[in-house]
Design a protein around this ligand. Structure first.
Ligand SMILES: O=c1ccn([C@@H]2O[C@H](COP(=O)(O)OP(=O)(O)O[C@H]3O[C@H](CO)[C@@H](O)[C@H](O)[C@H]3O)[C@@H](O)[C@H]2O)c(=O)[nH]1
Ligand SMILES: [Mn+2]
Length: 745
């Protein structure tokens, strides 16, 4: 095949055809409106149940409008890295960031693998630097990285020589667990050697983690002695510095940062860590592009940096590409997604819909940023010079002259072709200064520049701010997938994560950067605003869903109804809605090759997430608004492999613990079980007179019970798969209370 001309585009933007889904979505909307109309017209003949049902259904309809708008034009990007390489242009430098926060919840071997996979990407090594932020201030993490960097010196050349695809060794050796047969003798030998070396490395880290200290805290480790995790000075360590230029294709620098922490200073969780990474790298390498990864997400496609560059460099107008987001895809996903945390469908339809509006949300990991965008630039900033005055720079970026100089370079678009000072130690003093916990006071960090503060989903807030300034973003989903991460392993961990998301998203509503303000006063597009609204109101959806679940139970208990009766022709509306909606969501799964089982699991788990985790999210935002407690970023537990547990047999099973979330869940289940029992008993004794509860209420309560199937099983199980008896007692009492209340009302 002839080479494409040098002017061939670096990417294509392709619209998906989705006329049939659109039509079905509109039918569902029509049915929803009909239901609302019916409620309104018959409101005066019914009591508060009707009003409550009307309110809930209005909210569902509102949500559905947001969904339709978001999914309307779905767009994909195709990138052509070969064309970029053919152009023989000089590729720009990239600073790569990794965040980790807790050596127990986030085993260092994971961080090590993420870093190794980054160091081995296919990109000119002299353009790359890697910075690791450790909010755990853990000597174990530092030790692991030091050991890993030694291994990197053989691992990176090995990957590049044989062009291996998976460059995170733990995956490479588990996917290809036996030495490959159909390859050269030489490769087989090196493969064995490499496997041995990697095993040594993991053993070292494993052993170190069992000791109270990984090694003696002297020399390079002295900074870690006598420190507390939440109270210590900045620790910056140059793990690896390539003074004599690049050798063996290993990137220039690997730098470890544990920012200063003091009990009285807010540290803003991950957003704070990202800002420190930005500033420290700013004074050292100051690359115009930055890639950020969570510690639990490794590079799965070594070409990804070049793919991203196709977009970042390929757009004719920079405003079309403030950042390049890759999808979150997870390795070792359990079959049929029992915890509903792989989010494949969400990404496939909703996110691609966003891609067709103003671009995907920033997802916190797997994202390439333009540094100048992070520095607060707008696409049509005309008065750059005003921003570049010394005074303005110091006010915005803080008191470090060196840093403001580096920021000025970025803002004025000065090219930095290769990176770094030749000697990092010359800038460690500045680096320490900008990593200090009082550095940001009086500056614009977290408000106008950098990662934004005020939400535990700093990613969405930061992306929203960028879109609000009029930038667009792009999506990069090459094959094989760019990055693979690990999903929370099990019931409680998923709940914690969902709760944090709902909290953080709702917090955004109460910041000056909420999507409505940014649409009115800023440059957020209207439909992008609707999409953001859909996301940030996740938590609030818990209330109508809970009311709806309670409503059907209430009706069964009191022999009343909130659905049309069987005799009425309008019963057709809810039945059609229920059927079409479920078939439609099922088809979304089947169309992308997922199973019916996966659909079923996801439908159920998302009801649980909504009713339980999101409600607690709403509560924590309420407590914050009332000034009673602040929201925190609870780090999710990571396992290297999600199915080491009990040899896979129990891998997908829900686990429980004694926490308010599970009390709520168990209560909902018990209430609906009781209601069904009461309803059935009455039906058998007195028969239906057509005025009390009917098929509609039964179906609703049955669906709730089906959604809470995991809890139903949990009632009868022991150990971690069983609901603790204390939880059952509390829920039982609450359920009884509910039944009594129903009778009194
Ligand atoms: O004080 C903190 C807390 C967390 N982290 C890091 O933040 C990342 C994400 O934390 P994790 O517990 O894995 O949360 P997830 O819910 O899995 O993260 C998703 O949601 C977050 C909040 O929306 C985003 O920041 C993440 O990128 C996105 O993957 C990890 O690398 C942590 O080490 C810090 O650096 N400092
Ligand atoms: Mn994570």
């Amino acid at each position: 095949m002839a080479n494409p001309p040098v002017s061939a585009p670096l990417y294509d933007r392709i619209s998906r055809r989705n006329n049939i889904p659109r039509a079905i979505e509109l039918i569902i909307l029509f049915l929803l409106f009909s239901l609302l109309l019916y409620r309104l017209l018959s409101l005066k003949d019914h009591g508060f149940t009707w009003v409550l049902a009307l309110l809930c259904e209005s909210w569902f309809t509102f949500t559905w409008v947001l969904v339709i708008s978001t999914k309307w034009n779905q767009v994909e990007y195709m990138t052509y890295p070969k064309r970029l390489l053919q152009r023989k242009v000089e590729l720009p430098p990239v600073d790569m960031f990794v965040t980790t926060a807790d050596p127990v919840l986030e085993p260092p071997i994971l961080t090590v693998n993420t870093v190794l996979s980054l160091l081995a990407v296919d990109y000119p090594a002299d353009k790359l630097a890697c910075y690791v932020s450790d909010d755990g201030a853990s000597p174990l993490t530092f030790y692991s990285l030091v050991e890993a960097s030694k291994f990197a010196k053989i691992w990176v050349p090995f990957c590049k020589k044989y062009n291996v695809q998976i460059r995170a060794p733990f995956r490479f050796f588990s996917v290809e667990s036996i030495s490959p047969q159909d390859v050269s003798q030489e490769f087989q030998q090196e493969w064995k050697k490499m496997k041995g070396e990697y095993e040594k490395l993991s053993q070292k880290i494993e052993d170190a983690s069992k000791r109270s200290q990984p090694c003696e805290l002297t020399g390079d480790f002295a900074d870690f002695s006598n420190i507390q995790r939440k109270n210590h000075p900045t620790i910056i360590k140059v793990i690896w510095e390539n003074k004599e230029g690049v050798s063996n294709g290993v990137p220039q620098h690997v730098i470890y940062i544990s920012r200063e922490k003091r009990p009285k200073h807010p540290h803003h969780f991950k957003a704070g860590a990202m800002n420190i990474l930005t500033r420290v790298s700013g004074v050292i390498t100051n690359a115009p592009f930055m890639l950020n990864l969570d510690c639990d997400m490794y590079v799965n496609n070594p070409q990804i940096v070049v793919h991203a560059m196709c977009l970042l460099l390929g757009v004719t107008n920079e405003r079309d590409c403030a950042f390049v987001q890759s999808p979150q895809i997870f390795y070792d996903g359990l079959k049929d997604d029992p915890f509903g945390n792989q989010m494949v469908v969400l990404f496939h339809y909703m996110v691609h819909g966003l891609v067709g509006i103003q671009g995907p949300l920033y997802g916190g990991t797997g994202c390439f940023h333009r540094r100048k965008v992070i520095y607060g630039l707008s696409p049509d900033d005309n008065d750059i010079t005003r921003k570049l005055s010394n005074e303005a720079l110091l006010k915005t970026f803080g008191r470090s002259l060196e840093f403001t100089k580096s920021a000025a370079k970025i803002l004025s678009g000065m090219k930095t072709s290769s990176i770094g000072p030749n000697n990092i130690s010359s800038c460690t003093e500045t680096a320490n200064q900008v990593a200090g916990c009082d550095y940001e006071y009086g500056s614009s960090w977290g408000r106008e520049v950098g990662w934004m503060y005020g939400s535990t989903t700093e990613d969405v807030l930061t992306g929203l701010t960028i879109h609000g300034r009029g930038w667009k973003s792009t999506f990069c989903s090459p094959n094989p997938p760019a990055f693979l991460g690990c999903a929370p392993p099990g019931g409680p961990a998923t709940m914690i994560q969902q709760k944090r998301w709902a909290t953080g998203l709702l917090e955004i509503l109460f910041t000056p950067k909420n999507p409505f303000i940014l649409t009115l006063n800023g440059k957020l597009q209207f439909r992008q605003c609707l999409a953001y609204t859909w996301v940030i109101l996740w938590g609030l959806r818990s209330i109508p869903e809970l009311c709806y679940a309670a409503l059907s139970a209430y009706c069964l208990i009191t022999d009343s109804h909130f659905m049309p009766k069987v005799g009425e022709p309008v019963i057709f509306i809810p039945i059609a809605l229920f059927t079409i909606y479920n078939l439609y969501t099922l088809s979304e799964y089947l169309r992308i090759g997922l199973s019916t089982r996966a659909w079923w699991n996801n439908q159920r788990i998302w009801r649980l997430n909504t009713m339980i985790a999101w409600l607690f999210g709403v509560l924590s935002v309420l407590l914050k608004l009332l000034g009673l407690s602040d929201t925190v970023f609870e780090v999710t537990q990571k396992d290297q492999s999600t199915n080491v547990d009990d040899n896979n047999v129990n891998a997908g099973r829900f686990t429980f613990e004694d926490s308010p979330s599970f009390v709520l869940g168990t209560t909902i289940l018990l209430v609906n079980l009781t209601a069904l029992a009461i309803g059935l008993l009455r039906f058998r004794l007195v028969g239906g007179d057509g005025n009390g509860s009917g098929i509609g209420e039964f179906i609703c309560s049955m669906s709730v019970v089906l959604c809470f199937w995991a809890f139903l099983r949990g009632l009868f199980e022991k150990g971690k798969y069983g609901i603790p008896s204390s939880t059952i007692y509390k829920s039982g009492a609450l359920a009884l209370l509910f039944v009594q209340l129903c009778k009194w009302v």
